[in-house]
Design a protein. Structure first.
Length: 428
């Protein structure tokens, strides 16, 4: 169980003294929908401003089913128009926070929804799928309404060696993933479990489970263009050679004042933008092998089976890019390397950064996962490697999928990443 999601004890039991919506609130919720019926009302504590909060459950008849659901929504052995959850925030107009219509959520028809309400919190658990099964748990704050954390599970119902668990903290925009070591057998069908204290998140949790920090695609508009000269601001947290938000897989972690910081975002299915701040890079002599210069390594999965997460070396492609933007072919299965556009900028702390836009000619080059590595050099020698996943035998042990990260669900653009001036930043 993910401690991020369940730090507060929650209850779905309505309080006996809790008032149901008054006539004006009911009219605002139901409007002209004649089958609209008020169900339970749940106490949700108070807002930060001290206003009482409650959540109302609304049930709809089949005649008012969503327009995209020809047969309506599953309700036991019957069909109806689904269920909605509305927030009552003091004297404010009621606000819809969830609209649910269980159509089976996949061809197997095993879909389920569960909702819990607590002090300024709502948790929505949903599951479904077919051969590939999935579940999703999202914790929201109610006032303001926005996602706080999310936990996603995905596994193949016929493969014990498949299964990934992804945990998102929308407040920090931190994404972490666990996967089964598919070189092991008889692991049982399902997803790995999040490590319980005192065990911590690591590149290898145990003999059967590996961890990683997936590259994030941070909720940019479709086909968005990030102009040359833009620095990546607070859209994604930085991985550092001191070991923050990544794993030092070779050498010793850097001292804090000498640590390089690497930020990476995904754009579409064939492009990455990588930003590097490295206080030691300017002192590194040029010339010699690119391996001993400050450089990036991008390992791209080429797994055709779509089940295993642990890939043999022959199913990966390694590309090296030095900070001058020059591409160097590495090991692994051959494939067209990315083109590179380079620029320099200043980040939100006014530090000088190098930004590299990588675009692969294959439109779907990154759909089988990516691991990003940065090599920090001192005096013309490689001194440490930090990576988004663990390494063994000079290769990543896990190449996680690029993780889409849309804005925190709300009625505004809160949580989305947008270019403001010369920075890519999160809209509050």
């Amino acid at each position: 169980m993910n401690p991020l999601l369940f730090a507060v004890g929650l209850s779905m039991l309505p309080l006996a003294a809790l008032a149901v919506p008054d006539a004006a609130q009911t009219a605002a919720i139901c409007g002209t929908r004649t089958t609209c019926k008020v169900g339970k009302t749940y106490d949700a504590g108070k807002s930060h401003a001290g206003a009482p909060l409650s959540v109302v459950e609304i049930h709809l008849g089949l005649s008012e089913k969503p327009k995209d659901q020809d047969q309506g929504c599953i309700n036991g052995s019957a069909r109806d128009g689904g269920v909605e959850y509305w927030l009552l925030d003091g004297n404010a107009t009621p606000k819809q926070v969830l609209q649910l219509c269980n159509d089976g959520y996949g061809s197997s028809g095993v879909g389920e929804d569960e909702v819990e309400v607590g002090p300024n919190r709502l948790i929505h658990r949903q599951s479904g799928g077919s051969a590939w099964r999935w579940s999703m748990d999202i914790t929201y704050s109610l006032a303001p309404f926005r996602a706080l954390t999310e936990q996603d599970c995905s596994y193949h119902n016929g493969s014990e060696r498949s299964g990934t668990l992804t945990v998102i903290d929308y407040r920090t925009r931190m994404v972490r993933a666990l996967a089964k070591d598919s070189t092991r057998r008889d692991l049982g069908v399902g997803c790995p479990s999040w490590p319980k204290p005192p065990q911590t998140f690591a590149a290898r949790i145990d003999a059967e489970t590996v961890g990683a920090y997936p590259v994030v695609a941070p909720g940019l508009p479709g086909k968005a263009s990030i102009p040359a000269g833009t620095a990546l601001g607070n859209c994604v947290p930085g991985m550092t050679t001191a070991g923050d938000n990544g794993f030092v897989v070779w050498g010793k972690p850097a001292a804090a004042d000498q640590a390089a910081e690497i930020r990476t975002i995904g754009v579409g299915s064939n492009s990455l933008i990588v930003q590097v701040f490295d206080p030691a890079a300017g002192a590194a002599p040029s010339g010699g092998s690119w391996i001993h210069q400050p450089h990036l390594e991008v390992w791209v999965g080429r797994n055709d089976e779509q089940i295993n997460t642990m890939l043999p070396l022959g199913q990966m492609t390694q590309t090296g890019i030095t900070l001058d933007g020059v591409v160097h072919r590495g090991v692994g299965k051959s494939g067209a390397p990315p083109s590179v556009e380079r620029w320099v900028a200043r980040d939100e702390r006014s530090r000088p950064v190098t930004v590299l836009r990588l675009v692969w000619p294959d439109e779907f080059a990154l759909i089988n996962g990516v691991t990003v590595v940065y090599s920090q050099a001192e005096a013309g020698k490689q001194v440490r490697l930090v990576a988004t996943a663990g390494f063994a035998g000079n290769r990543p042990i896990y190449v996680p999928d690029v993780q889409p990260l849309a804005g925190s669900p709300s009625t505004s653009d809160s949580g989305l990443c947008r270019v403001q001036g010369s920075l890519l930043v999160v809209i509050d």
